[in-house]
Each structure stands twice: as C-alpha cells, then as structure tokens.
Design a protein around this ligand. Structure first.
Ligand code: ADP
Length: 366
C-alpha cells in the first residue's frame, strides 16, 4: 500500500510541476576561456548578482550594448560537471517513472556541448551528463528492486548527418563505412514508440555495458568522419535508452525513454564561411535546427496549430518524446571568447524564446 501511495505521490508531484512550469526548461552554461583565447578589453559575459534571479541571469556585452537573459538556471565558468548533473538528476530519474525525456545541448561549435554531454570519460570528475545519467539510472533501478520493480533497458546510438541517419552501433563493424549508404526509415507505432528500421538496439544491464557502447559509437563516429572528410560537430548525436519497468507487487508498468542529444554546431553560414559540400552540410544543419525550433515554438504556441515534426529527421525521430507530457531540457552552451559574441547572442536569443515556451498540452501532430 505504501509503495502505491508513494508512486502516486511522486507522479502527482511531477504533474504539479508540469502544470506550474510547462515541461520545457532551458539551462545556460558558459565554458571557461581556453588557453589561446581572450576576451579583449571587455568582459563578454557576466552574471548579474543584484537581481532576484540569482544563478539564473546572464549578461552579454557587445559593442558597448548590454543584453540580459534569464533562464531556469545559468552555470558560470566555475561550474563543475557534478554541479551541472545535480540540477538534472531529477529529470533523468523521471525516465524511470515512465516519462519521455529529451536533453539537448545547443550552441556553436566549440561552445562546450560535447564537454557537457560526454565530458572526458577517462577522468571521473570530468565525466559529462550522459555517463552520469546512465550510472544513476542503473543505481536507482537496482535500489527500486526492494520495492518490487524490475526494469529492462535497451540502448541505441545514432547520428544524423546531412539528413541521413547513421547507426553508430553497426558502423564500426562494416568495412569502408558501408552502413552509411543504408536508408533507415523512421516509423511511429500506436503506443507512441519510434522504430528506426535496421537500427541496432542493444539490451543493456549495466552502466559499464553502456559505456563500452558509447566507446564503440565514438569509434564509429571517427571512422565515418575520416571517410567522409567531415567533423563530428557537423552531425547530431542521439543516444536513446528505452526503459520498461514492472512492479511485481502492484502490477504497475512504466515505459520511459531517455534521449540525450548533442546537436550539430549552430553557427550561421556567414561564420562558417562554407562552400561546396560544406555549404550543403551547413544548410542541412540549419534546416534541422530550425525545424527543431519550429516544433518547439509550435508546441509552445497558444493556439492549436500544425506541428511540423516531419520537416527534419531529428524532429520526426523524436516526435513522441516532444510535447504531450514528455519533458525537455535544453542546454545552451556559450563560449566567453570575444570572437564568438555574435554567435553567443544568437544562441541566447534562441534559448530565451525556447524558455518562454510552455509545452504541456497535447497537440494535433502531423
Ligand atoms: P562543442 O561540442 O560545442 O563543439 P566542446 O565540448 O568540444 O565543444 O568544447 C570545446 C573545448 O572547450 C574543448 O577543448 C573542451 O574540453 C573545452 N571545454 C568545454 N566546456 C568546458 C568546461 N566547462 N570546462 C573546461 N573545458 C571545457
């Protein structure tokens, strides 16, 4: 009885938070200056302390102008990987409670997206939120065994490059990157699950198992990169963990999904100086990032409107995990380097619009 009551209470709390806040949150993270960078004579980024929203405000200075933004949370250069994870651990936990969760890292190339998501897997203190989240998921699922919960988990890892899906768990096995020519098609079933044809899906029982899959994916990514003469920052990296839980005492069942996404660099065409294939690449990235923002803004719109999920592979793949009662967190990563100021301003403006969205109402989906 106590378990059921506890479960009910936890769900109720989640729903209350949803009603109050909408289910999209935005965290901003500013990385430290790198050794070869400088801010010039002006400070580019500062964190106002006099306002009510301490720890939530950021001020960007450009050509004497100051721009202020407020997010759900702002992490300064001093924030450790652990500090960041503490703020998202509840959200990660909700995937075990049966929620569909998406955590994105958005920002220009070099702003700290991969550091935030993956970190440096070889240094325990510098591990990013993907390894930390998975460790927590497995630890908690073990401790919930005492309350009768049994979980099964499945992982897949893919990247989307130029609107083409690559399976990062099969790529390394193929010679000459043969799997890159495969056409993966995305379908959704009536239960709101996404199926990608031929995608490798691995049953996983421990964080160690997932960490070797992540290593395999990193290797596949670099093989693909060399073959295609491209950079990893040009593709979206999508890690998905499907979680099925059943409580043997109460017969309660849950189906959660945790998507952790390192987005391609958001820099604009003018900055990337792109030509030829690189131009095509940048256009594909811009298209899919703007499709993602179109979907988020449409979901957060006040009136019933068409949600353009089908406009990009990324949004179509994530369709069941965006909107409805799913939960989304977007990190906007910022570089404090002076040469990045206009890109940082674009990222902050975009993130501020996302932060203003309240997605919580199921909409008509197309
Ligand atoms: P992106 O994925 O956005 O292209 P990276 O994560 O590769 O950017 O970060 C660019 C560089 O900055 C890397 O050398 C990375 O180690 C470093 N870096 C990023 N964020 C931090 C941070 N919070 N603390 C220390 N170094 C960082």
């Amino acid at each position: 009885f106590q378990v059921v009551e506890g479960e009910k209470l936890r769900k109720k709390l989640h729903n209350t938070i949803l009603e109050l806040k909408g289910n999209i949150r935005v965290f901003c993270r500013v990385r430290p200056l790198l050794p070869d960078e400088n801010t010039g004579t002006d400070t580019v980024v500062s964190f106002p302390t006099s306002t009510e929203a301490l720890g939530r405000d950021i001020e960007l200075s450009q050509s004497g102008q100051k721009y202020n933004f407020t997010f759900d949370k702002v992490f300064d250069q001093e924030a450790s990987q652990r500090d960041v994870f503490v703020e998202i651990s509840q959200l990660v936990q909700s995937a075990l409670d049966g929620y569909k969760v998406c955590i994105f890292a958005y920002g220009q190339t070099g702003s700290g997206k991969t550091y935030t998501m993956m970190g440096r897997p070889d240094a325990p203190d510098l591990k990013g939120l993907i390894p930390r989240s998975l460790e927590q998921i497995f630890q908690t699922s073990q401790s919930l065994k005492d309350q009768g919960w049994k979980y099964t988990m499945q992982a897949s890892i893919l990247e989307i490059y130029n609107e083409t899906i690559r399976d990062l768990l099969s790529y390394a096995r193929k010679e000459n990157g043969a799997s890159s020519s495969k056409q993966y098609t995305i379908k959704h079933d009536a239960n709101g699950n996404t199926h990608v044809s031929d995608l490798t899906i691995k049953d996983v029982c421990s964080a160690d198992e997932i960490s070797s899959l992540l290593q395999q994916a990193a290797q596949s990514r670099s093989v693909g990169r060399t073959q295609m003469n491209e950079q990893s920052s040009r593709s979206h990296f999508v890690f998905t963990l499907r979680i099925s839980g059943k409580n043997e005492n109460t017969e309660q069942q849950v189906q959660g999904v945790l998507n952790l996404i390192d987005l391609a660099g958001s820099e604009r065409l003018s900055r990337s100086g792109a030509m030829g294939d690189r131009l095509k690449e940048t256009q594909a990235i811009n298209k899919s990032l703007s499709s993602l923002s179109d979907v988020i803004f449409a979901l957060g719109g006040k009136k019933e409107e068409h949600i353009p999920f089908r406009n990009s592979k990324l949004t179509y793949l994530l369709q069941p995990c965006l909107g409805g009662d799913s939960k989304t967190l977007m990190f906007v990563n910022i570089s404090p380097d002076q040469s990045s100021t206009s890109e940082s301003l674009c990222s902050l403006r975009f993130a501020a619009r996302v932060n203003a969205c309240e997605i919580g109402i199921p909409r008509r989906q197309t």
